[in-house]
Design a protein around this ligand. Structure first.
Ligand SMILES: *Cc1c(COP(=O)(O)O)cnc(C)c1O
Length: 397
């Protein structure tokens, strides 16, 4: 793999963001200056930009197994989630519509739900089990006559837990309820498409799959259930009126290229990254005691390892690890000194929540980096554990 930039710090935070793939970057470059046209213009320059956007649309739809016209460009998964959730809720014409989601969703889903709750919508947030999963039956039981939307992520960004979304989508289909999934962590890590399922809406993020930040898509599949989606942004009527604003052509071109790469290479990349992750966990388990894996190890993304190092504070571990970049919680909430809402929702013992950190692997991670990271983590965890046991000894009478 082409690694144009190197660093002395080992990057194990691919769930927070990925570097732009050099092939993606190269595909984008002509569209900044030479082919700079506005994709909506009718002349020569507009046509070149417009054709590039339509090629990208077909690259995304090829991976997702939908129609090119189902792809709505957005600024990222945060916007896609807001558009899907608020767009459905605000377009239905029944009194007090009811919406369902689950507790470990990204804030970009939970916060739109709480906004809608404040606007007067009925909201159910389903509890997860200790592995962070819900069962399709939980959804079925929560559906009411006035339920209009269910939103359940494809895979969790902190633990990698994969949800049974095919089955949940089927439950929704049987009840005539629109189903949305935040697939931003799943696309590019595991096979994901909307082809034969009953998924009406899916959110994607460019920077989670080696395209730049600030570009994403919402897949909107037309059906009898989903006739209209109220836009968040009104204006020139771009994207079939669902998302006005001049298209970000270079970023869209990059997003398309990134999806094309995933379509071609996932079958190789997935087992490679999974082997790295499994080796990482196996090495740590051999060399350290009291390490727990958070999440559902039988339904888990191949690239995520959320580990509890019992007896230490993971926030301190992250600071002490000079040469490994990983994170506690999600990047968006990691600045808050409280355990992640995901681990809390899983009802893990409080000590385990505070001792947990996420390591995530990706396209540029090497076997050597994993071994170096393990060495550094083992050394640091042992140091921190020794420190805390001496301080406990000193403070006891
Ligand atoms: C990163 C992420 C988002 C936010 O995506 P942006 O493109 O950064 O807005 C939403 N949901 C999940 C699950 C994510 O991992």
């Amino acid at each position: 793999m082409t690694t144009p930039f190197t660093s002395s710090v080992i990057y194990l935070d691919y769930c927070a963001t990925t570097p732009t793939d050099i092939r993606v970057l190269e595909a984008m470059l002509p569209y900044f200056a030479r082919d700079f046209g506005n994709a909506a213009s009718q002349h020569h320059f507009g046509r070149i930009a417009g054709e590039a956007v339509e090629l990208a649309r077909s690259q995304v739809s090829g991976l997702l197994k939908c129609l090119p016209s189902d792809v709505v460009w957005t600024s990222g998964a945060t916007e896609s989630n807001n558009l899907a959730i608020k767009g459905v809720a605000r377009s239905v014409e029944i009194p007090r519509p009811h919406l369902i989601t689950q507790a470990t969703e990204h804030k970009a889903v939970l916060d739109p739900f709480s906004s809608l709750h404040n606007e007067g919508f009925e909201v159910t947030v389903l509890d997860v089990d200790s592995r962070g999963r819900i069962e399709p039956e939980n959804v079925r039981r929560a559906i009411r006559p006035n339920t209009v939307l269910v939103s359940v992520m494809t895979a969790n960004n902190e633990t990698g837990t994969i949800f049974p979304i095919k089955e949940i989508a089927r439950v929704c289909e049987e009840s005539g309820v629109v189903f949305h999934t935040d697939a931003s962590q799943a696309v590019g890590k595991i096979p994901f498409d909307v082809g034969n399922g009953n998924i009406d809406l899916a959110s994607l993020s460019g920077h989670k799959l080696y395209a730049p930040k600030g570009i994403g898509a919402l897949i909107v599949r037309k059906s009898k259930k989903l006739r209209r989606l109220n836009p968040l942004i009104d204006g020139g009527g771009h994207e079939r009126g669902m998302r006005s604003g001049t298209l970000n052509v270079p970023a869209i071109v990059g997003f398309g290229k990134a999806c094309e790469i995933v379509a071609k290479e996932l079958f190789l990349e997935r087992p490679r990254v999974e082997a790295l992750r499994n080796n990482f966990e196996a090495l740590l388990m051999v060399r350290l005691s009291d390490v727990r894996i958070n999440g559902d190890t039988s339904h888990r993304l191949p690239n995520v390892s959320n580990l509890a190092f019992l007896g230490i504070d993971a926030e301190g571990l992250m600071i002490a690890l000079d040469r490994v970049a990983a994170s506690t919680g999600s990047a968006c909430t990691a600045s808050l000194l409280e355990p992640s809402h995901v681990l809390r929702a899983m009802n893990l013992p409080e000590e385990q929540q505070f001792a947990s950190a996420r390591f995530s692997f990706g396209r540029q991670t090497t076997v050597g980096e994993v071994e170096e990271a393990v060495d550094e983590i083992v050394r640091t965890v042992n140091t921190l554990r020794n420190l805390s046991s001496t301080s406990v000894a000193q403070s006891s009478p």
